[in-house]
Design a binder for this molecule. Structure first.
Ligand code: GUN
Length: 299
């Protein structure tokens, strides 16, 4: 039976360190980190995510501001809001919750966020820094950063000699995750929907990272015995065993069978999920330190 990697515990450790760093910044520079979260429309799942981000920001001692815009907001008004936040010295982190309503084009909005305030790490300046191996001057996308922290909790900082396979090649996760593993000296394969014999590719992985958005797709016989499995999927499926109309959350990995083979594995929920929000707080306090020319803490 694999070691279950406790993301809630790891996230609590990051949140404690962020809270301490925020208090120390306020004491030494009279500066409270400020996080602005922008949400457009009324998708209930997005509102639930955003509310938990705002709540956590307050818990860390930040100045937490939420802009909830109506679904009919136009592109120009949204970009004007971001431009105002870019210019506001009390705001150190800006997050525009995705997805945006269909009539809005997310890419120019994301790219208009100042790289220094881009706590999601989605601006091409921050993405480019990771791609060139510069992990210290930009902001790193929260879910890959949090997943790396869990990988490091098992393998340490140096992944020399280990094969890592990432399934999924999105800008939000797969690409930066592959680059972070590479920067830590892993031998990285980026697999995706067009990969031939995906199961065989995965069986070669000492570190297997699944981010495909398909419930329980990664089976036990895809897992190399003793491998570390990081499950980034969050899928809601029917759970008739809990009663009519009930649902439950599962990852991209068939957890019960895979945990018989893996050496260490993240559960869903309670694995990567809590890390994402913790790393968002970490990025915000880092951005606040840098805004006054202080060396930022590392997480
Ligand atoms: N929607 C789901 N995940 C994310 C995320 O990490 N960042 C943003 N901005 N929106 C999201």
């Amino acid at each position: 039976m694999a070691q279950i990697i406790d993301g809630k515990e790891a996230a609590a450790g990051v949140i404690a360190a962020v809270t301490e760093a925020a208090a120390s910044l306020e004491a030494s520079a009279k500066l409270k980190p400020g996080l602005a979260v922008v949400i457009v429309g009324d998708d209930p799942a997005s509102h639930a995510y955003v509310n938990s981000k705002s709540r956590m920001a307050k818990q860390c001692g930040f100045n937490s501001i939420q802009h909830s815009l109506p679904v009919e907001t136009n592109q120009a008004d949204l970009e004007k809001l971001v431009s105002g936040l870019n210019a506001d010295p009390a705001i150190h982190g800006i997050l525009v919750q995705l997805p945006l309503p269909k009539h809005l084009d997310a890419e120019p909005v994301i790219q208009s966020i100042s790289p220094e305030k881009d706590v999601d790490g989605l601006n091409i300046v921050n993405a480019g820094r990771i791609a060139t191996g510069d992990l210290s001057t930009g902001l790193i996308s929260c879910t890959p950063a949090g997943s790396m922290l869990l990988v490091r909790s098992i393998h340490g900082d140096d992944l020399s000699g280990l094969n890592a396979v990432v399934i999924g090649r999105s800008n939000l996760f797969g690409k930066p995750m592959g680059l972070l593993l590479l920067a830590a000296n892993a031998t990285v394969t980026m697999a995706h929907s067009k990969t031939k014999d995906l199961a065989a590719v995965c069986r070669n992985a000492d570190i297997l990272v699944a981010a495909v958005g398909r419930p329980q797709m990664v089976k036990a016989d895809w897992v190399k015995p003793g491998a570390t499995v990081i499950d980034v999927g969050i899928n809601r499926i029917d759970a008739p065993e809990k009663g009519e109309g009930k649902t439950r959350l599962v990852g991209d990995v068939a957890f019960n069978e895979a945990s018989e083979i893996a050496g260490a594995i993240t559960p869903v929920p309670g694995g990567v999920g809590p890390m994402t929000i913790a790393m968002l707080m970490a990025n915000t306090v880092i951005a606040a330190y840098r805004s006054v020319g202080l060396e930022a803490p590392r997480f």
